[in-house]
Design a protein around this ligand. Structure first.
Ligand SMILES: Nc1nc2c(c(=O)[nH]1)N[C@H]1C(S)=C(S)[C@@H](COP(=O)(O)O)O[C@H]1N2
Ligand SMILES: [Mo]
Length: 423
């Protein structure tokens, strides 16, 4: 330590102690508590007395080992194997809105395949003037767009229909990710092929064994759908559809075809032609809803939550979470500390954008008593996220998909949190 630093040290310590004693502002008092001399401040540490790692030690950087618990997790009993399975984004441990690809949830029906750019082909056929086949390089020559969207599996929160079940925001709400995509608008490619007006639908499929074929109304295909090859600035990861995936903003994840290989102009949904029905919601009377493509407005408090308990006791507390809507932008989020009796408007980190995650914060001075934490999203269509009771009234208990109900965390006085329901 230099002489200058030494002479500064005591006065800085005095400042912190003084601030704490005077209670100068809630955050300063609680968050910056200067106690007895702290060796981390007063002693020279190992990391300051030796040299660090040189450049090139890790040509492609990974998270530091201390963050090794911030990973995707699987719920073993959900599926028979990991090939046709799902895992969950660790949303309880992330902040901001962009999901790093490395911890963004995966959902495969027949595993993640390895497909080289050189072997990549995209065919557009069916009800078009000129059937076309594009290579990866061909796609790179069309005008490009950059847009941020969330992708939510229709089954997200599906295990919570009958009652509070999984203990953590990662497991109750982690079938979602939010990335910045770079690619070509599907409209551009369909126009290139001269899509015919009688083609009211497109049938899209992937190159994997499952092919995950889905029909999309032409109106949506010509609106905001992207044929994407980059996510968060870099190539798509294998598990997210390298080298090319479909991005279907606001619509359920199963339509976001990975390893996209074909777009066929069709006059009716192929599912109807085949008599198959995928992703339906069975109501209490046994009748099923189908073509429920849009993901309704939804939100969740990510911290505090069961996997992110409060460790610091009473005083300043940052409550934070995510909100989104497949029908537009999030316009506001309310937070309740008492199970929905009273609501306070949270602060949006940035104004909500179309079909993308929005981060919200509520900064409180926690009195240390237990809370029933909830969040409620509102979107630009005027829709307000429903309670579980309201949703069950309309949809019954037999559904799996499209559970966008308000989530409750019971935060106890010791800071631990549990997944509960309030009546
Ligand atoms: N080709 C193909 N595309 C697919 C799937 C698949 O199994 N094969 N799964 C779908 C489902 S159900 C979801 S929720 C999303 C998940 O995308 P992700 O794995 O990038 O999170 O991809 C969709 N696209
Ligand atoms: Mo999904």
């Amino acid at each position: 330590m230099s002489d200058d630093a030494k002479s500064l040290a005591p006065s800085r310590r005095q400042f912190l102690t003084g601030a704490a004693a005077a209670g100068a502002g809630a955050v300063a008092a609680g968050a910056a508590r200067a106690a007895a001399p702290d060796p981390l401040i007063t002693e020279v540490q190992d990391w300051a007395s030796g040299l660090g790692e040189g450049v090139d030690a890790t040509p492609y950087g990974l998270p530091i080992k201390y963050e090794s618990d911030v990973v995707r997790r699987n719920v073993e009993w959900l599926t028979a194997d990991t090939i046709s399975s799902i895992n969950f984004t660790p949303i309880h441990a992330l902040d901001g809105t962009i999901t790093p690809q490395g911890c963004a949830f995966e959902r495969h029906h027949s595993g993640a395949i390895e497909l080289r750019k050189e072997d990549y082909r995209l065919m557009i056929n069916g009800l078009v003037g000129t059937p076309l086949v594009f290579t990866y390089e061909d796609l790179e020559r069309f005008p490009r767009e950059n847009r941020v969207y969330f992708c939510e599996c229709a089954a997200n929160s599906g295990m919570e229909w009958a009652g509070a079940q999984l203990n953590g925001a990662q497991f109750t709400h982690g079938m979602i990710h939010n990335m910045e995509y770079s690619g070509v608008s599907l409209r551009t490619l369909l126009e290139e092929a001269g899509v015919k007006p009688e083609g009211k639908w497109v049938y899209v499929e992937g190159a994997d064994a499952s092919s995950n074929g889905r029909s999309i109304p032409l109106e949506k295909a010509m609106d905001d759908v992207l044929v994407a090859f980059k996510a968060n600035g870099e190539a798509l990861r294998k598990e997210h559809g390298y080298p090319v995936r479909l991005v279907v903003p606001g619509w359920e994840g199963n339509m976001w075809i990975k390893w996209l290989r074909r777009v066929e102009g069709v006059d009716q949904p192929v599912e109807s032609r085949e008599g198959t029905s995928k992703y339906t919601d069975t109501l209490a009377n046994g009748i099923s809803r189908k073509w429920t493509w849009e993901m309704d407005a939804k939100s969740v408090v990510t911290s505090p939550s069961p996997q992110a308990p409060i460790k610091h006791g009473a005083g300043p507390l940052v409550i934070t979470g995510l909100a989104w809507s497949g029908r537009g932008a999030v316009t506001g989020v309310d937070v309740s500390l008492d199970g929905g009796k009273n609501w306070t408007e949270a602060r949006l980190a940035a104004p909500g954008t179309d079909k993308a995650l929005t981060r919200f914060y509520l900064d409180i001075n926690w009195d240390g008593s237990e809370m029933l934490l909830q969040s409620r999203a509102k979107d630009s269509s005027g829709y307000v996220q429903p309670t579980k009771a309201q949703l069950r009234e309309v949809r019954g208990l037999n559904s799996i998909y499209h559970n966008n109900a308000i989530q409750t965390w019971w935060v106890k006085a010791n800071g631990e949190a549990e997944n509960v329901e309030v009546s």
